[in-house]
Design a protein around this ligand. Structure first.
Ligand SMILES: *Cc1c(COP(=O)(O)O)cnc(C)c1O
Length: 399
């Protein structure tokens, strides 16, 4: 029996089967490549689901983590710690907002954003029947709060009743959002670029229109940048490319580049009139280890000019993907921004292509039910793109 099969058998004995995993046991990473327990190499265009922006094995990142392990890993939020202060300063600097709350995941950042929005509205009028407008085909996480604003009935069905006061509108359809607004609306939540739902960037007019409504009615705009943020679209945060700023932003995934950490960030107006001591907390959130990672990630983004690199490599990536759309009948469209791209597949199961790609040593992801998703480490070069295209073509052609 291969080592892989042996590990898979052991995993299925003890790990709850909530994922239909691909039959691969990954063990090591270097740059844009991963290696499994049977020494097979994979070119990674998934980055652990848009997480490992800096690539695997970045020496400076690893040294910073090792140093923090030697200093102190955890202290709790009853005290101040230096890495959290530095990480928050750098995050604030990058987005121009006002205050940060660190969480352990994206889902928890969404929970914090929802609580903040409700508290802001409660603070204003003392009512407890406020509503949030979310988008169809959105994804914000799997806890009950985050699931309640996730516009995917399939994920929600068995877990009802969910959190009340949530209405859904169509992404990129301003009128459908307007139709849901009333005097109870306290927030509108959306991904600047929808990820799991199928890689749909927001239209400029849509985002500007929402911002305008939010300003007029003092509704909070929550932008979920968990997947599209941290340089992925060629902006540090995708909304910066639209010139539309949120009242609340959520981050995670590449924020820690592999260390589990998220954040919700508030602008000044929101920070001043929402959460106060006693309203929210977490044991691990913002601990020195996680924040040492965040802090180093921001340093390395600057030193290695990651965002500039994404901007510079994007046209080549898009051109290569567009060529695939022209070549293959079953590819109908490319969508995306920067290094967050999707290819729409018609009449062929996406899962089969992904499985073939794995056999050919290429990791890619799916999104929605018919989209191939590409979210590689942000350090990829033209050579990596060429290699990916070769492997993908091979995977298209082998039946
Ligand atoms: C992944 C993701 C989440 C959930 O983050 P977790 O860290 O998995 O809890 C929320 N929103 C978006 C847009 C995501 O891509």
């Amino acid at each position: 029996m291969s080592k892989t099969q042996d590990y898979i058998n052991r995993a299925e004995e003890v790990i709850l089967h909530t994922y239909n995993r691909f039959p691969v046991v990954l063990e090591k990473g270097k740059g844009v490549y991963l290696e499994d327990v049977d020494q097979k190499q994979y070119l990674d265009f998934g980055a652990g689901i848009a997480v490992f922006a800096l690539g695997y094995g970045n020496r400076k990142y690893q040294e910073a983590l090792k140093q923090q392990i030697d200093d102190v890993i955890h202290t709790s939020n009853l005290y101040y710690n230096v890495p959290a202060i530095e990480a928050a300063e750098k995050l604030i600097q990058a987005c121009g907002m006002s205050k940060v709350f660190f969480t352990n995941s994206g889902t928890e950042a969404i929970e914090g954003a929802i609580k903040t929005a409700r508290k802001y509205a409660y603070h204003k009028d003392g009512h407890t029947d406020h509503e949030i407008i979310a988008m169809n085909h959105s994804f914000h996480g799997r806890s009950i709060g985050a699931l309640s604003v996730t516009g995917n009935p399939h994920y929600q069905e068995a877990f009802r009743p969910l959190m009340g006061g949530v209405k859904f509108a169509d992404f990129n359809d301003l009128n459908s959002v307007k139709a849901q607004i009333n005097e109870k609306t306290c927030a509108i939540i959306l991904e600047t670029v929808q990820g799991e739902g199928g890689i749909y960037p927001a239209d400029r007019e849509f985002l500007e229109g929402i911002k305008k409504i939010c300003e007029e009615k003092d509704i909070l705009l929550i932008l979920d940048e968990i997947q599209c943020g941290m340089g992925r679209t060629g902006e540090m945060f995708a909304w910066q490319g639209y010139g539309v700023s949120p009242d609340i932003m959520t981050c995670a995934k590449a924020l820690g580049c592999g260390v589990p950490v998220g954040a919700f960030v508030l602008n000044e107006k929101t920070a001043k009139a929402s959460l106060v001591p006693g309203d929210h907390g977490t044991t691990y959130g913002g601990n020195p280890f996680a924040c040492a990672a965040v802090s180093k990630v921001f340093d390395l983004f600057e030193e290695e000019k990651i965002v500039e690199h994404v901007r510079q490599i994007t046209p080549y990536f898009e051109k290569k993907l567009d060529e695939l759309v022209e070549t293959y009948e079953f590819l109908s469209e490319r969508r995306g921004k920067g290094l967050m791209q999707g290819l729409v597949v018609e009449g062929r199961p996406v899962g089969e292509i992904i499985t073939k790609a794995l056999e050919n040593g290429l990791i890619i992801l799916s999104a929605g039910n018919n989209v191939l998703r590409f979210v590689p480490p942000l350090i990829i070069t033209q050579e990596h793109i060429d290699e990916m295209i070769e492997k993908l073509k091979k995977s298209f052609e082998s039946k």
